[in-house]
Design a protein around this ligand. Structure first.
Ligand code: OMP
Length: 308
């Protein structure tokens, strides 16, 4: 799957991910009204609204982007109907030939991690049958429990030709509380980055490993260091847009070949119609506003890579 991700990034010239994080507040009133008219003010109604919202954004952007990243919490908050909307979104995006990064941030003791890995990336056996329950292409993994919590994910990826993005340095304001702590005189994120690089060398695609890392756009200097620590790992870079990350800060997350990183924006794209810059589209045309925001983000990152 890493080879397909790299191929799609080259084809689109767009190292970006659209984050499908559909909070109800971002969903235009006309979409909500229709869903609630059909299902009432219920979890099913909310799930229908987020699914219709996602579908429109995917329809308006799939031809210019390589990948999407649905964040599972945004769906889980609506219980089982929300998870059904998550699955419908994953399947629809795959039908549109998009790479799907399941942002699930899982990680536990080995036996439990194995169940997460099987459920999201692998196949589960039931009687004489095998099912691929969620079937994302990549998943985000929290490495806090150490190697035995990560290994089951790597094993499933090897079997299924899928991939991971492991949290190394997150974009949030408090990320330094633990991740920047010095251990043997080196920040913890560097040690985790080295471990990701090590795991990654045993899991190579053509040019890049299918064991990638997450490093926040909000810490560009750290991105520069971690790029060198993990030369063969793809870096998923969240924090662009709504969290303050800008294209011109991101060139060092990429390798000399112009590859090696993929930048996520969620609110900045899916709620673009609410921003002044894209207000001209109006809520009715929220999908067109998202496309315009994605196009601007692509140009911003291309400029940064060209040194403009
Ligand atoms: O793993 C992630 O995707 C992630 C890691 C991180 O360090 N920071 C981060 O913001 N994210 C996710 O990236 C998305 C960012 O959303 P926006 O700030 O709206 O672009 C959310 O889905 C977050 O859960």
């Amino acid at each position: 799957m890493i080879n397909k991700l790299v191929k799609k990034i080259k084809e689109t010239g767009a190292p970006i991910v659209v984050g499908l994080d559909p909070m109800l507040d971002y969903i235009p009133e006309h979409v909500q009204k229709k869903a609630f008219a059909e299902y009432g003010d219920t979890l099913e109604g909310a799930a229908e609204a987020i699914w219709q919202f996602n579908k429109e954004i995917v329809d308006k952007t799939y031809d210019i982007i390589p990948a999407v990243k649905p964040q599972i919490a945004m769906y889980e908050q609506f219980g089982v109907p929300g998870l059904i909307a998550f699955k419908k979104t994953v399947d629809y995006c795959k039908k549109k030939d998009l790479i799907v990064i399941g942002d699930i941030k899982r990680g536990d003791i080995g036996s439990t991690s194995k169940a997460y890995a099987v459920g999201h990336l692998g196949k589960v056996k039931v009687g004489g049958w095998e099912y691929a329950p969620f079937d994302e292409d990549f998943a985000t993994v929290n490495p806090y429990l150490g190697s035995d919590g990560v290994k089951p994910f790597i094993d499933v990826c090897r079997e299924e030709k899928k991939g991971l993005f492991i949290l190394v340095k997150t974009s949030n304001p408090s990320s330094g509380e633990f991740q920047d702590r010095l251990v043997d005189d080196r920040p913890l994120y560097e040690l985790v980055g080295e471990k990701v690089a090590q795991w990654g060398t045993q899991c190579m695609g053509d040019d890049y490993s299918y064991i990638g890392a997450v490093v926040g756009a909000t810490y560009p200097e750290i991105g520069k260091v971690l790029r060198k620590v993990m030369p063969k790992s793809y870096i998923l870079v969240p924090g662009y847009g709504a969290q303050g990350g800008r294209g011109k800060d991101l060139a060092h997350f990429f390798n000399e070949d112009g590859l090696g990183a993929i930048v996520n924006s969620s609110r900045g794209i899916i709620a673009a119609y609410k921003q002044e810059a894209y207000g001209r589209f109006g809520a009715e045309n929220f999908g067109d506003a998202s496309r315009a925001a994605a196009e601007d983000m692509i140009l911003d990152i291309r400029d940064a890579l060209a040194g403009k």
